[in-house]
Design a protein around this ligand. Structure first.
Ligand code: PHE
Length: 507
């Protein structure tokens, strides 16, 4: 019988009674695992070998487990520190002990509860006493972490209770591994006895084969379309960026031009030009990321007449009745630099004629850019987000134009049930929040904020037409389109790699 090289080698290396793994065969033959697996499957098809698959479960360290295996379990750190500060004789206050042990945040709690559980000490009234007689070296949890870090994997050899405990602590996890075993069949034995020899089989057509005409007599290796192949992940665009591109296409299709501008900007453009009083709560350090160096924009960088007009609007109001807050205004305060909390700073720069020259109505502008806010991270908030900013300038605009624009925009994403809620912004009147219904949870989620810019804002910028404007959240749109329930699944460091690799491009 004539067989391709690798098949002959595999057939000669396996036996009827001692299953060999594909991995060890590959090593023995000096071949690639995939080539050996392919050969084994072909031999199986000819009935010469049996290939069986088994799944084994390995115990592996989680990231946290690896960390503690490399450093020390927090309860051990606390126990050791306790002895060096005398907590083996008199109780020591938890904060001090934690500091001594180099523990902070969640780790303190972890250390305390495990210390108590393992009888390494007692906790009472906010203080800890450690037991010097505890056998730290004999702690089975510590032992198991060390063994796993050393490469042990066979869970059958481990103490079940310890494994269960570490699993509860999320320090170890199970991982399945499939291995293939190859054995020789009776037919295989017969074939070997009758004699097999290597056939010159060709895996790939080369130009030499073609030009020399040798291809006519060559024996080609058959394709095995069922063989497992290695998964190759090429680079790809982040799904959220794909969404951003899609939004840009839609807005360009609706006749909008794209705005660009700085991520770090003076508060003047982020807030003051929006008629946001300087004592507005959103302007405190709780909400914004201030720049330390440089702290302020240079005085010369701001246009004098714009500064004067904005200051007048804040101090004296706008219009014949001088309506407004009549609030104090400080130029130095306005020059403070921060990461923009919204991209409305770009709209301001354009409306003021700084970014793209004087603009006469009609105009339509948009951006899909990052904004930064010092929010508490949760399912709908991160510290940065993509804002779909936009505005339309025309002689005569009404709320109907605003709502119609949103209806048209969201329809492009098959979202036809947006809802509007009256809202307040210092710079728009009237103002509306937009809501969309989440496709899987059915909850109404806020997807944007909008309104018609007030004269108190537009007048100092030198605009005398109507301007309607909005800031929509790209991540929220993404959640509505993909059904993602947590913003952290879509964007940021916690995003699942499989999602990034496999999320479909929806155009
Ligand atoms: N700046 C607003 C926000 O970040 C969005 C907005 C822009 C609202 C323009 C009205 C007009 O929420």
């Amino acid at each position: 019988m004539k067989l391709p090289d690798t098949q002959v080698a595999v057939l000669r290396s396996v036996s009827t009674d001692d299953p060999e793994t594909v991995g060890s065969l590959a090593e023995e033959l000096g071949e690639q695992t995939q080539a050996v697996a392919g050969a084994a499957f072909e031999l199986e098809e000819r009935g010469l070998v049996d290939v069986t698959e088994t799944t084994e479960t390995d115990l592996v360290l989680t990231e946290e487990g690896q960390h503690y295996a490399a450093e020390e379990l927090p309860e051990h750190a606390m126990w050791t520190a306790g002895q060096s500060v005398g907590a083996d004789t008199d109780p020591v206050e938890i904060g001090r002990l934690a500091g001594e042990a180099g523990l902070d945040g969640e780790e303190i709690q972890i250390a305390l509860s495990n210390l108590a559980r393992k009888g390494m000490g007692d906790i009472e009234d906010g203080s800890v006493r450690v037991d010097p007689d505890y056998d730290a070296a004999g702690d089975p949890e510590r032992g198991l972490l060390a063994a796993l870090a050393d490469g042990a994997a066979d869970s059958a050899e481990f103490d079940e209770a310890t494994v269960a405990q570490l699993r509860r602590r999320n320090l170890v996890a199970e991982r399945e591994r499939t291995s293939r075993h190859v054995t020789l069949t009776e037919e295989g034995v017969t074939a070997l006895m009758e004699g097999v020899e290597a056939a010159e089989s060709v895996g790939q057509v080369t130009s030499e084969l073609l030009t020399s005409g040798e291809w006519r007599d060559a024996e080609f290796a058959e394709y095995n379309v069922e063989a497992d192949a290695e998964t190759v992940y090429g680079g790809r665009t982040h799904p959220l960026c794909e969404m951003a591109e899609r939004v840009k296409d839609v807005l360009v299709g609706m006749g909008f031009e794209e705005m660009q501008g700085p991520h770090v900007d003076a508060d003047f453009y982020i807030n003051d030009c929006l008629f946001m009083p300087q004592d507005h709560p959103a302007r405190t350090h709780w909400d914004r990321f201030a720049l330390a160096d440089p702290e302020r924009m240079d005085r010369e960088a701001l246009p004098d007449d714009l500064v004067a007009a904005v200051e007048r609007a804040h101090r004296e109001g706008v219009g014949p009745d001088g309506e407004g807050y009549h609030s104090p205004w400080d130029e130095e305060f306005a020059r403070a630099l921060a990461l923009r909390g919204h991209t409305t700073s770009l709209s301001v720069r354009h409306l003021a004629g700084i970014a793209a020259g004087e603009l006469d109505p009609p105009q339509r502008y948009f951006s899909v850019e990052k904004g930064y806010r010092n929010d508490t991270i949760d399912a709908t908030h991160l510290l940065e987000f993509f804002q779909i900013e936009g505005w339309v300038m025309a002689e005569d605009l009404s709320v109907r134009d605003l709502m119609g624009t949103f209806t048209e925009f969201y329809e492009q994403f098959e979202i036809t049930d947006i809802e509007f809620k009256p809202h307040y912004n210092p710079y728009t009147e009237p103002s509306f929040e937009l809501f969309g219904r989440h496709p899987t949870t059915g909850e109404l989620i806020e997807i944007g904020n909008s309104g018609i810019f007030r004269p108190e804002m537009l007048d100092p910028l030198g605009v005398d037409a109507d301007v309607m404007a909005w800031g929509l959240a790209l991540e929220r749109l993404m959640m509505l389109v993909t059904g993602a329930e947590d913003i952290r699944d879509v964007h940021g460091t916690l995003v699942d790699m499989d999602f990034l690799r496999s999320e479909e491009v929806t155009y």
